[in-house]
Ligand binder design. Structure first.
Ligand SMILES: Nc1ncnc2c1ncn2[C@@H]1O[C@H](COP(=O)(O)OP(=O)(O)O)[C@@H](O)[C@H]1O
Ligand SMILES: [Mg+2]
Length: 231
């Protein structure tokens, strides 16, 4: 079996809970808790306009932040085209989500430990040729309903929203969608298109996280900021 030990430089907040870095994720967590306070289980999708803007980094750190708050959390790799959750947590890619959706495996045999208390993972599974079909299937709805019973937070690390339909489909199934914006990289016109696509699918945009933001004064190169968008 391949792809377990590829090194990752993804920045995780586990190591230092006192850093400004961790503090930003606690603030994001608080905003989401407030925004979806009535939901017993919160299902959240993290997406952005294109690749490399930090979706996987942000979703992994958000998952850890919720677990550190005492919540039972599931991080699902829903980027069935360029999955990375298995790299981040040093796991095998399979079995994973695609095995569940195809009916080959039961959820309990697929869920993996993350190494962080209360945080469990579902990796991608074998990369499928028909991601749109799988994500819009009734098996996906069943999977989501089952997870809502088992976890308090279900986070989907999604593919980029523009040019492929996957994230738009999933956003309509989740309670909240978080848009990652990469400072200096995400183009305004693309961000506008993302917002329009999410409005079109009637997704609830909880807010946007600004990634790679450089705070001039303190010279922190990587910072996060969430702008909530309450209904
Ligand atoms: N805030 C950050 N600080 C440091 N590295 C980051 C940060 N955000 C993203 N990266 C790095 O940028 C690359 C792309 O990020 P990733 O989260 O995989 O993006 P996406 O999932 O949107 O494609 C990865 O190598 C990741 O480690
Ligand atoms: Mg990714």
């Amino acid at each position: 079996m391949a792809k377990k030990n590829r090194s990752t430089n993804r920045k995780l907040m586990i190591a230092n809970t006192a850093s400004i870095y961790s503090e930003q994720f606690r603030s994001i967590r608080a905003n989401i808790n407030f925004s979806l306070k009535d939901k017993k289980c919160k299902t959240l999708l993290v997406t952005s306009s294109s690749v490399g803007e930090g979706k996987s980094t942000i979703s992994a750190n958000m998952a850890i932040a919720f677990a550190q708050e005492g919540k039972k959390v599931l991080l699902v790799d829903a980027d069935l085209r360029k999955p990375t959750v298995h790299y981040t947590f040093n796991q095998f890619i399979s079995p994973g989500l695609t095995n569940i959706l195809l009916g080959d495996w039961h959820v309990e045999d697929v869920v993996k430990e993350s190494g962080v208390d209360r945080l469990q993972l579902i990796t991608c599974g074998p990369i499928p040729s028909n991601p749109v079909e799988l994500l819009s299937s009734t098996s996906m709805d069943k999977f989501l309903a089952e997870m809502k019973d088992k976890f308090e937070i279900v986070l989907f690390d999604a593919p980029p929203l523009l040019s492929i339909a996957d994230a738009q489909i999933l956003s309509a199934k989740c309670d909240g969608t978080i848009i990652v914006v990469s400072s200096g990289k995400t183009e305004k016109k693309n961000l506008k298109k993302v917002k329009e696509a999410l409005q079109h699918s009637k997704a609830h945009v909880v807010g946007a996280v600004l990634n790679h933001y450089k705070l001039e004064k303190n010279h922190y190169f990587y910072d996060y900021y969430i702008e909530t968008n309450d209904r």
